[in-house]
Design a protein around this ligand. Structure first.
Ligand SMILES: [Fe+2]
Length: 308
């Protein structure tokens, strides 16, 4: 049987039932504060003057990255146990955790307009960088690191807990694998009924199964919400046919949604492929302008010091 030193029985059951788990206060506060201290300089807008906030939503590139064990030690323990052990994790692709923030600023408009979960249009899973099969573990976990509080109405991610089933059923029917983009993979979400919305304190980490569909929501508070979304990639595909039944929690989520104890008949009929993610070029283009602002900011601070 897989061993669990960190996760309690309740936490394991919660992950299986909902497809996600919250680890409170998991991010090292010194790292959170340090990375967030540059946030407004990087964005280039005035934190205290919302008329300078030019966008509702912004995906930013990465300037720093460190191993997840240093970033959020408890969350890392939980991630390792959910995928069946640290040795299963790919330590090269997408391994490090960085400050590639996803900021949801909201707007005056959304302060007075509703946006219920049934209206959300951005349903997806983070899978745009590989050919996806039922047993693909290229992305095994999508992580939501919360750098600010995420209050109700502050743009917390929508999660469709009963949306996993439609995805695994479709993948089961398509052993040839699916190539991005896959908007057709989320058509069933309109019929889902079991939704959750991320609400958090700064420092919380949400660990979600990579097949849990999620969507951005609108920020009705017009107070910035900052997260990152790293992934946990595994080196080998899931094993959905274990004679001893010792499935990892990630594998159990898939089998549960399929309503099966094993799927020995499933065999990919095309090679596995990995691609560049869609946002790669866009984020790369922002790096230089952020660096210029950071440099100007530090020159300014140096001048102020001389003056004092
Ligand atoms: Fe996502």
């Amino acid at each position: 049987m897989p061993e669990y030193d960190y996760l309690t029985k309740e936490q394991r059951e919660f992950f299986l039932e909902h497809g996600w788990l919250r680890i409170p206060n998991a991010i090292d506060k010194r790292i959170l504060d340090k990375w967030m201290s540059d946030f407004w300089v990087r964005v280039g807008w005035d934190e205290h003057d919302k008329s300078t906030w030019k966008l509702d939503y912004l995906k930013m590139p990465k300037h720093h990255e460190i191993p997840p064990l240093e970033f959020s030690p408890d969350a890392w323990k939980a991630m390792c146990e959910i995928v069946g052990g640290e040795d299963k994790i790919d330590k090269e692709r997408e391994y490090l955790t960085g400050d590639n923030f996803i900021a949801n600023f909201g707007s005056e408009y959304w302060k007075t307009h509703l946006h219920p979960v049934k209206d959300a249009k951005g349903w997806h899973t983070d899978n745009d960088y590989y050919r996806q099969f039922l047993d693909s573990s290229t992305n095994a976990l999508t992580i939501i690191n919360c750098f600010t509080d995420v209050k109700p109405g502050q743009g917390g991610t929508f999660l469709a807990e009963d949306g996993i089933k439609g995805i695994v059923d479709f993948l089961y029917e398509h052993p040839e694998g699916l190539d991005p983009p896959f908007s057709y993979l989320y058509r069933h979400i309109k019929d889902c009924n079991k939704f959750a919305t991320v609400e958090a304190k700064a420092g919380d980490v949400f660990i979600t199964h990579a097949l849990l569909p999620h969507s951005p929501s609108k920020n009705h508070l017009h107070e910035v919400r900052v997260i990152t979304n790293p992934h946990v990639n595994l080196t080998d595909p899931y094993n959905l046919n274990r004679p001893d039944g010792d499935y990892t929690l990630c594998e159990q989520v898939i089998l549960r949604a399929l309503g099966r104890d094993s799927v020995p008949e499933f065999k990919p009929t095309r090679p596995r492929e990995v691609y560049f993610p869609r946002t790669f070029t866009f984020k790369r283009a922002r790096v230089q302008e952020e660096l210029d602002r950071l440099r100007r900011g530090s020159d300014q601070r140096a001048r102020e010091k001389e003056w004092l």
